[in-house]
Ligand binder design. Structure first.
Ligand code: CMP
Length: 140
């Protein structure tokens, strides 16, 4: 494998505005390879499981509702230090704090509708990838 992997979701605000290609360009120019990708409509159960760690947060209901409000693109990204690199490419969770040229600075609309998700650790990346992809789906 060339480097390590992270899991990415292009969120409904991005797919709704036809930004899949524009965001993928930023990902690829940032040095990551898209080694698996699928456009899906997340179910409520999938979203609740995926964001289970945030279940007690006040925004959990809003988050699940948003993530099921339209199509998302789930992805596996591969490269050197993929988790940290993708977090750099995405920028801060809050677009108002995101650095110039990052996905969230360029495209996000708010802290909730922030265009992209990326794993926060190698361990979570493996768990998140396994929720949506089998090894046979991932071609590096
Ligand atoms: P993500 O990386 O997908 O992981 C959890 C998400 O919760 C996060 O991105 C934000 O989009 C969302 N989130 C965090 N804080 C808030 C908030 N205060 N209100 C709504 N959504 C939030």
């Amino acid at each position: 494998m060339a480097g390590t992997r992270t899991f990415s979701i292009l969120k409904p605000d991005a797919t709704q505005r036809n930004l899949t290609g524009a965001i993928n360009k930023v990902i690829e120019e940032g040095g990551l390879r898209i080694v698996a990708q699928r456009r899906i409509q997340m179910t409520q159960g999938q979203a609740e499981r995926f964001y289970g760690v945030h279940a007690e947060r006040p925004f959990f209901g809003e988050l699940v509702e948003f993530m099921t409000s339209g199509p998302v693109v789930v992805q596996v990204l591969e490269g050197e230090n993929a988790v940290a690199r993708y977090r750099d490419i995405m920028g801060a969770t809050n677009p108002a704090e995101a650095a110039e040229g990052t996905i969230r600075q360029l495209f996000a609309q708010s802290i909730g509708e922030n265009s992209a998700h990326g794993s926060d650790s190698d361990e979570n990346a493996a768990l998140e990838i396994a929720q949506f992809f089998s090894e046979a789906d991932i071609v590096g």
